[in-house]
Design a protein around this ligand. Structure first.
Ligand code: PLP
Length: 417
């Protein structure tokens, strides 16, 4: 069970809503800091551990900055994400560039910043060499394909994923870059997403440690960094349980001691690229009930829409909803909670049991801190909302203004009409 709480009182959030206007995303700085510290502590047995925050989850420089202050790096996969990392002062090996289908300009920027480049395919070696030159260090993304039964088969169906190199290609790729003069080597994978079973991460680590050992045996190459990717899930539903990070860290340490140490290939830096679990639970979409409609079903229309949070519409994802001030009331009304897009899937919840909602009620949609604002879009002329940061002392900073109609029209030239 996960208690769905709010980091502000009802009076506080009402005051913030009146001051800034709804809808907005608000992030809880203190909780985000504590959370990334907890992940780092769980892996402090590995002196080289680093969390490279997956920028795509919450691409706001204020969030990146506070994570950087905690020692985190950035995992980027586009030019804009590299620039965001650069602007908050991240450089060199505090950036991992884990991209796919990458244009030359992005490799050039990653090289300029000295980022660790993680290649997604064997053919990208020549592409990188031609477009940006070979760096001293290269990492490759491993796709384990159909996994053995009884072994790592719990990890999923990586053979359906567009990412990464096959096992045979991994060996060929390391040999090739070594021949091209690369001196330092990384190994990466990202085979799971939004996973709540802690053992999946331990099994991923085992698979990766075994592979590092095989690379050593077959090519006499020492892997310096093993990047386990992201994918730690969050309990979107109250009945789900958060991943026990201390358990994951401890069990991966055991596997490290079982495989890496006896093989004499220690020290290896173990790193992660979590996005969702770092910010997801600590961001809230705050919106107001704008309309109430009773037809074949009962609808509550909000002043937010799927441009503010598209996960429910995109994957039918559950996001918990709190009606501010009605926490103690019985959940005896069944609603579809909708946005305003001319798309019938623009719904934050379908057939959700909630307290009776009145027009003007403040509605908080939980777990919107990752892939929430970030996935925003302008379909139907909808504008992305503002982002606020709740500071540890209770103050609120605006960390991104809302889009305006002028932003929407900025790419159009009416003089040519
Ligand atoms: C999306 C992504 C991540 C982060 O995944 P989460 O599920 O947010 O932890 C890490 N690495 C890569 C390469 C990704 O594409």
């Amino acid at each position: 069970m996960t208690q769905k709480t709010l980091p502000f009182s009802n009076q506080e959030i009402e005051k913030i809503a009146q001051e800034y206007g709804t809808p907005f995303h608000i992030y809880d700085e203190k909780a985000i800091r504590n959370n990334v510290r907890r992940l780092q502590t769980a892996f402090q047995w590995n002196p080289g551990f680093k969390e490279y925050f997956a920028v795509k989850a919450t691409p706001n420089p204020h969030i990146l900055k506070l994570l950087a202050e905690e020692g985190a790096g950035a995992d980027c996969s586009s030019l804009a994400e590299l620039l965001l990392a650069e602007k908050v002062g991240l450089r060199g090996e505090r950036i991992v560039f884990s991209s796919n289908d990458t244009p030359g300009v992005e490799y050039r920027k990653a090289r300029e910043l000295g980022a660790i480049i993680n290649l997604d395919d064997i053919t990208h070696i020549d592409f990188l060499a031609k477009e940006a030159g070979m760096p001293e260090m290269i990492s490759f993304r491993f796709n384990p394909g159909p996994l053995r039964k009884g072994g790592n088969d719990i990890i999923g169906n990586p053979e359906d994923a567009k990412y990464g190199l096959t096992r045979d290609q991994m060996f060929e790729a390391y040999k090739k870059v070594k021949d091209l003069g690369v001196k330092r080597f990384g190994l990466h994978t990202m085979v799971i997403s939004n996973e709540l079973n802690p053992d999946f991460f331990v099994e991923t680590a085992r698979m990766m440690f075994d592979l590092a050992l095989d690379v050593k045996k077959m090519l006499n190459i020492n892997i310096e960094i093993i990047n386990l990717g992201g994918g730690i899930g969050i309990p979107y539903r109250p009945e789900q349980k958060a991943v026990d990070l201390e358990y994951v860290g401890y069990r991966i340490k055991e596997v490290y001691e079982e495989i890496i140490i006896p093989a004499g290939i220690a020290p290896v830096r173990v790193v992660m690229e979590c996005g969702r679990m770092i910010t997801g639970p600590y961001g809230y979409l705050v919106t107001r009930a704008l309309h109430k409609k009773e037809t074949y079903k009962n609808y509550i229309g909000l002043d937010a829409c799927m441009a503010d949070l598209m996960r429910p519409a995109l994957y039918g994802a559950y996001h918990h909803i709190t009606v501010v001030g009605k926490e103690e009331q019985p959940l005896d009304y069944k609603y579809d909670v909708t946005g305003s897009l001319c798309e019938n899937n623009d719904k934050f919840a379908i057939d959700r049991m909630l307290p009776k909602i009145d027009i003007g009620d403040l509605i908080v949609i939980h777990d919107a801190g990752a892939h929430g604002h970030a996935m925003g879009f302008n379909y139907n002329g909808k504008l992305r909302s503002k982002e606020l940061l709740l500071k540890p002392d209770g103050r609120v900073d605006i960390i991104r203004r809302a889009e305006t109609i002028d932003d929407y029209f900025a790419t159009l030239d009416f003089s040519k009409i």
